[in-house]
Design a protein around this ligand. Sequence first.
Ligand SMILES: Nc1nc2c(c(=O)[nH]1)N[C@H]1C(S)=C(S)[C@@H](COP(=O)(O)OP(=O)(O)OC[C@H]3O[C@@H](n4cnc5c(=O)[nH]c(N)nc54)[C@H](O)[C@@H]3O)O[C@H]1N2
Ligand SMILES: Nc1nc2c(c(=O)[nH]1)N[C@H]1C(S)=C(S)[C@@H](COP(=O)(O)OP(=O)(O)OC[C@H]3O[C@@H](n4cnc5c(=O)[nH]c(N)nc54)[C@H](O)[C@@H]3O)O[C@H]1N2
Ligand SMILES: [Mo]
Length: 732
Amino acid sequence: MDVVAAEAGGKSKGRGEFAYTFCDACNQIPFCGLKVVVSGGRAVGVEGWEDFPSGPPCAKAYATLQEEYHPDRLLHPIMRTNPRGSGDPGWVRISWEEALDTVARRLREVAERYGPESVLFYVGDPKEPRLAVSRLASAFGSPNFGTESSTCSRAASLASQLLLGLRAWGTPPSERTHGVVLWAVNTAWTGTQSLRRLMAAKDRGTKFLVVDPRRTPTSERLADLHLRPRPGTDGALALGIMNQLISRGHYDREFVDRWVHGFDALREYASRFTPEEVERITWVPSGEVEEAAELLWGSRPETIFLGYSTLTHTTNGVQNVRAILSMMAILGNIDVPGGVVIPTRPLVPYLAMTDYPLRTPEDVAATGVDFALMSRKIELRDRRADVDKVPVWAELVPEQIQVNFLPEYVRDGRIRAALLFGANATMWPQYREYQEALDALEFSAAVDYFYRPWTHDHVDIVLPAATMYEREEPFAVFPAQGGWKVYRRQRVLEPRGEARSDWWIAFQIAVRLGLGDQFWNGDTRAAMDWILRRAAGVGYEEIPVPDGRLVPTGPEEFRKYERGLLRRDGRPGFPTPTGMVEVWSTVLERHGFDPLPAYVEPEESPASRPDLASRYPLILITGSRSPVYTHSKFRELSWLRDAEPEPLARISPEDARARGISDGDAVVVETPHGSVRMRARITHMMPKGVVDVPHGWAAVEGANANDATPRRFDPISGYPAFKALLCEVRRA
Ligand SMILES: Nc1nc2c(c(=O)[nH]1)N[C@H]1C(S)=C(S)[C@@H](COP(=O)(O)OP(=O)(O)OC[C@H]3O[C@@H](n4cnc5c(=O)[nH]c(N)nc54)[C@H](O)[C@@H]3O)O[C@H]1N2
Ligand SMILES: Nc1nc2c(c(=O)[nH]1)N[C@H]1C(S)=C(S)[C@@H](COP(=O)(O)OP(=O)(O)OC[C@H]3O[C@@H](n4cnc5c(=O)[nH]c(N)nc54)[C@H](O)[C@@H]3O)O[C@H]1N2
Ligand SMILES: [Mo]
């Protein structure tokens, strides 16, 4: 520990030494910075990393101390001795040598028999292992690298790509921002990293439009106007607002005339969405639709935060997001100061690989830093498991496949083995089918902090991952004034037991597969150094801790489409096929989808399935985030569990009364696909007619939301309908 603290250059007065790391508690990027107080080789306290761009730490960050020292941490590699599906796996402890050799040998055997593409490389919500595992997949020869972004933010980025050719949503407000749209996002609980900036904007008088069926801490603290639509109807709402804007001439004519493709068709289509029609579809009072249009016109320039995933958890998700972003575009908010800003010079498509989507090998080559071996993935595109399932996704999302069809891929023999980092098999709808798919593989191995029976009972080998206190990879990158700020972390603690970092594990497997020359012979620090030298012209060790290092790229520029800064060919315009903002998507048109951001009812809704709605009259949303948990994590930590001891189904007072349900009653929430049991929480958060069930409760029997969600998917993204379902609630 002395080494670490000396490197950090600090002793904190009387409380031991300290060192710096970034927090992975919510799995999100940007990470928050942590300053860890270390005493006698143990982490004894956590504080905010001073002057770090993201933070301050939340309750989850503090609880990572308890996670670090939890008695159930996985500390050694283990291997099953009984066949999969036979009940007791018969785990035995094995050495790292045996574990790594076995993984490499089994993957090679499968590749020899069925081709390297029959191995799935997968990383769940944890973001830190991604680059290394992505590289491993490509080097191995498999384009079948997937992540939890099969259900998370990538579909919203895809919607943005279809419209603008690149990802543009979620820019924080600046001093020049007059309005912020928070659509389906509860930042107060899910993005505390950004909360400070939103609160500061509010204090400056910035106007906030919040769109969320629930009342949340975010809506209550920030909203000037809060629209509460029926879940899944957001596209109709955005079209209704656009109709108001367009019919009053309240849109940026100059921008629209010069840069928008398909505006007349959009105008014509949106005109169907009168305030009355919108009220009928969305439950939002017609007057509020008009008010929203006025607020938006009056508070330009605006930026927008979209729910990372919420809006795309419906069968019309991509189109709904396209409608919302089209609204932002016609208001003239795209890439103007204070608006939805596109990064001027992305450092590298490094951790967030999607700002400037890379479509061709030339795009990749132009970055000069192909660490994830994207060019290889593009070459191998026609061996992707998802090409015929979700052709739009397969075309526009080169860095990862759509994993939601894993049961089908296994059944078809396309996937025969899997290497899983931070995977949770219960995150998928009807998750038992995914567990069965894992059971049916010829071989699989998983890497995690804990033994999670719901996932690991279905694999052959489980490897112990080092935590964010125990590893140094990866580094962190943030946009900063005049460039980028790069930070590196320290290995604050020696790994517990035999835990090893995800990068080390991926690199060691690569070495044993004979790919050592592409993996710096296992030296992960050398790999990070390689990335940084190419991307930023600095060596890894030249980044001071805790100050980080500014990589200057020049001032931020705006309206880059006017000067050819958004396209690799240097021509003015957007990187779409027409070079315009495609409210009429030529890509969707080519694939046989509606080219307009058309509104279609959720596949299971009162309007589309009156037969079901008569038995299941309430609308169900699943997976609204908890402030203290991240998905399936942390239920074993009493510091957090005490704050939220059990799963609660949230229901409005009206709906509860009509069913004779009292607060705290045990209830069954039933859908046409299954049910969950938990206690009812009667709350004014919920509008009448909507029920909210949390996800991630694999640890509690009968409480897993994904027993009740259907395998229904948005045909453009392949995303599952976790939201906007039909249900009924009764006392258990
Ligand atoms: N504490 C914590 N933070 C997290 C996570 C966590 O598990 N815990 N998970 C992280 C991840 S991976 C993600 S994807 C993000 C999610 O981040 P958010 O999107 O902010 O989180 P949610 O709570 O899922 O959803 C936000 C809001 O959407 C509303 N909503 C539900 N359905 C609809 C709809 O159809 N339309 C509209 N307009 N609103 C709707 C819900 O009422 C909810 O208040 O959070 C990240 N941050
Ligand atoms: N019904 C319903 N289902 C949903 C959602 C919903 O809203 N409703 N949301 C979806 C969304 S947006 C998401 S992002 C997914 C959640 O995505 P999941 O991938 O299910 O996320 P977690 O439950 O956090 O699982 C992460 C696992 O990785 C382990 N882990 C954590 N950090 C590391 C690490 O650094 N290295 C390694 N090797 N392991 C690590 C954890 O112990 C845990 O077992 O769920 C999806 N499923
Ligand atoms: Mo997510």
